[in-house]
Design a protein around this ligand. Structure first.
Ligand code: NDP
Length: 455
């Protein structure tokens, strides 16, 4: 049977675009791609990129305060949100243009409309056409979820709305304790917005290293975030030009904005997958094997829509491996075993490998952990502390995990991840000469460990 395309990709985010480009440009496939909103997906349009630019913006008051301590006559004025947004919009449009240009240069046919599945080899486009493809890749990402109880209350925002706000709120309540909640709590706080965060559990950033979570929470509170743990929303209604909320712990107040950062679900609604007989996971995720293939052999899925590790670089690797496997004749899959990541809270957290808690499970680990006042902020009279931590296998001496909480931790963890993914031992870390004076030198100079294992 002759198909219109060798590959049709649904979704123009990081994973879909990488797969389309590699299949077309490197493996000569005839590729079509449909995107219903803006090219670039979550990462470029409403995630990593605009978030990181807001992180930069929110760091300036602290930098100016430090500048004064370093002898500069410096003062910072008010934050001009509309001016920032105008530049942000222009930057996102520029990146979106690059994504589109790269696809076109690779020979990919772009359809600016929604696409759904009409069969194992058929895709229905919103303009009424139905196209056929030998393989179909679903890369539709995810979208924020607001708990049902609060979904229809006016004034509830998600991370998608933040980048589109006309005005910066004077006060904000963030609900949630994951990546997005904690990052935005720090961003708003840095921008001078009175910031409150409710998290229903005992400590934010569930799943990360316990000591690191505690350290970040402490620093966030010291920086001014009004963090309420074991606290959830009880009541919420529009009042006094804002949103009045009452918490399960009795706290009440009116906020200009309430942001729900209560998780994201895979964007599979209405795609037609179940109609083709594909069962989805309870949150809508598409089950796939290690080659990103679904139970329908012609249909694959990569990125957040599969809910494996919801990170841009992971989606890119999954998309690339898919293209090489299906069109390049070199079957390979992305190994989800060792994923470095950074959380752009203030302080920033870079992490790779096992947490102390995970490391203890198979056997004894040596834990090297140090907190210290970094030179830069110590001189400026700030009290903040950096944290460096290595989790080392008690039998092989291999470094199993690294946790860094410090300015530029994301940059540092990238390099530690190279060593750890090569199987470096603690002895090899120690053999490496320190770069002085830096914060990262702590990683090669930590000597005293606590041996820890699960009872
Ligand atoms: P997460 O799943 O990380 O966090 C969701 C948070 O909301 C958790 O604290 C959860 O609590 C809480 N929550 C869930 N449901 C409710 C509810 N009904 N009521 C109250 N609280 C609730 O999701 P995020 O949206 O923060 O992030 C999604 C993914 O996006 C991340 O996992 C990450 O992969 C990616 N991401 C990566 C970033 C980066 O690389 N820097 C930045 C942002 C996102 P509990 O812990 O109790 O379940």
């Amino acid at each position: 049977m002759a198909f219109d395309y060798d590959l049709f990709v649904i979704g123009g985010g990081s994973g879909g675009v990488r797969a389309a480009r590699i299949a077309a440009a490197e493996h000569g496939a005839r590729v079509g791609l449909a995107e219903e909103y803006r090219m670039g997906g979550t990462c470029v349009i409403r995630g990593c990129v605009p978030k990181k630019l807001m992180v930069f913006a929110s760091g300036f008051p602290g930098a100016v305060a430090d500048a004064r301590a370093y002898g500069w006559e410096a003062r910072i004025g008010g934050f001009d949100w509309p001016a920032f947004r105008t530049r942000l919009d222009a930057e996102l449009a520029r990146l979106e243009g690059i994504y589109r240009a790269n696809l076109l240069r690779a020979g990919v046919e772009v359809h600016d409309c929604r696409a759904t599945l009409a069969g194992p080899h058929e895709v229905a486009l919103a303009d009424g056409r139905v196209v056929t493809a030998k393989h179909i890749l679903i890369a539709t990402g995810g979208s924020p979820v607001v708990p049902e109880k609060w979904r229809d209350v006016p004034g509830s925002l998600t991370s998608n709305d933040i980048f589109l706000m006309q005005d910066l709120p004077k006060s904000v309540l963030i609900v949630g304790g994951g990546y997005i909640a904690s990052e935005f709590a720090c961003i708003f706080n840095g921008l001078g917005v009175k910031t409150t965060q409710f998290y229903r559990g005992a400590q934010i950033l569930r799943g990360f290293d316990d000591e690191a979570r505690g350290h970040i929470a402490q620093e966030m509170i010291a920086n001014g975030v009004d963090l309420h743990l074991e606290t959830d929303l009880l009541e919420m209604e529009p009042r006094d030009g804002g949103t009045w909320v009452k918490s399960t712990t009795g706290h009440d107040g009116v906020y200009d904005a309430v942001v729900f950062a209560t998780g994201r679900n895979p964007a599979t609604k209405g795609l037609g997958l179940e109609e083709l007989g594909l069962s989805l996971k309870p949150n809508g995720a598409i089950p796939v094997d290690s080659y990103s293939q679904t139970a329908i052999p012609s249909i694959y899925a990569v990125g957040d829509v599969t809910d494996r590790a919801n990170l841009t670089p992971v989606a890119i690797r999954e998309g690339h491996a898919f293209a090489d496997t299906v069109f390049g004749g070199t079957p390979r899959h992305f190994d989800h075993g060792l994923i470095p990541t950074a959380i752009f809270t203030q302080p920033e957290y870079g992490t790779v490998g096992l947490t102390e808690e995970e490391g203890r499970a198979p056997g004894p680990v040596d834990v090297f952990s140090a907190t210290f006042r970094p030179m830069h902020s110590l001189f400026a009279g700030r009290d903040n502390r950096a944290m460096m931590k290595l989790i080392v296998c008690g039998t092989t001496d291999k470094v199993l995990g690294c946790h860094i909480i410090a300015d530029h931790a994301g940059e540092m963890i990238q390099l530690a991840a190279v060593a750890i993914s090569m199987g470096a031992t603690k002895a090899e870390f120690d053999k490496t000469l320190a770069v002085h004076p830096t914060m990262a030198e702590e990683l090669v100079t930590m000597r005293s460990a606590t041996r820890s294992h699960r009872d």
